[in-house]
Ligand binder design. Sequence first.
Ligand code: ZN
Length: 118
Amino acid sequence: MIQAVCHCGAARLTAPAFAEVTECNCSICRRLGARWAHYSPKDVTLPDPQTTQLYVWGDRMLAFHRCKSCGVATHWQSLDGSRDRMAVNARLVDGVDWTSLRIRQFDGADTWRYLDEA
Ligand SMILES: [Zn+2]
């Protein structure tokens, strides 16, 4: 299991270890600089809702969460909870050996495909 912790320590998520992460070039992800580890929400222990704020825009499908205190982006999930997919910001995990992981590039800005897929 891994633990993702914001800078001040208020917001914490626990999830299974990941072998690959995704960088996305969409307008929000590139600004956040996040590396996302994707999960089913049922596999993730979310932070206390009191510790995070939501950012929702566009088609209002996804909620990007950040720590209310230190502002670090922690995860995204579907706004209504209906989607069986979410992502944890793997940048918040201590001690990650990035050289041992697959870092995938997702073209969220345009084609909505992984750029490393043929
Ligand atoms: Zn914090």
